[in-house]
Ligand binder design. Structure first.
Ligand code: HEC
Length: 162
């Protein structure tokens, strides 16, 4: 609008003004179309991951566990090593939901179930039974007093190296 007034003021002859207005409008239209087109792939990616487990993992877990699960050993375990071992028995499955990072994340039980199953598929190669939401709800409600002691016990039993 401002630009149009500006154009009007400087219009030296009839016809010039409408030509300018036309080219100005079409430039805006072209810019809008370009912007829209450039946003399409991003919108598509967001729509794909916006509510998905990978997005939630990155948001709530990835800060510590890193995008590929490698973590920062020894402080943050490498999930690609520990998850397959822990996932192979019931105690380990329960423990993985009970760790504070998982159980206390600001997500619903349904969302945590989705995240855990995505992690199992992504970091624990093998055919592990997916978590059900009921299972996650139960483990989450069952607080462990000393999670590190439980981890030490499970790690000693199931992993050769920490
Ligand atoms: C602030 C850092 C941090 C965040 C955020 C975090 N974790 Fe963890 N996670 C850890 C640490 C440290 C351990 C090792 C056990 C412990 O000290 O609690 C761990 C252990 C685990 C384990 C078991 C693997 C093992 O070797 O002990 C799983 C599974 C896990 N986290 C899942 C998650 C999920 C799911 C989320 C997100 C919803 C998440 N974590 C967020 C730090 C974090």
């Amino acid at each position: 609008m401002l630009m149009r007034i500006h154009c009007l003021d400087r219009s030296p002859q009839p016809g010039y003004q409408s030509r300018l207005r036309f080219s100005h409008k079409s430039r805006i239209r072209a810019a809008a179309v370009t912007l829209l087109l450039s946003l399409l792939p991003m919108g598509k990616a967001l729509a794909q991951h916006g509510q998905g487990p990978q997005y939630m993992y990155l948001l709530h877990c990835g800060g510590c566990h890193i995008e590929n699960g490698s973590g920062m050993p020894p402080a943050i375990p490498d999930l690609r090593i520990t998850m397959p071992k822990l996932a192979s028995h019931d105690e380990g499955r329960a423990y993985m939901v009970q760790v504070p990072g998982a159980s206390q994340a600001p997500v619903t039980d349904a969302q945590l179930t989705e995240i855990m199953n995505w992690m199992l598929r992504t970091f624990a190669e093998g055919t592990f039974r997916p978590y059900t939401e009921t299972e996650v709800t139960q483990h989450r409600a069952n607080k462990v007093l000393d999670i590190l002691a439980l981890r030490r016990q499970l790690i000693a039993e199931n992993l050769e190296a920490p």
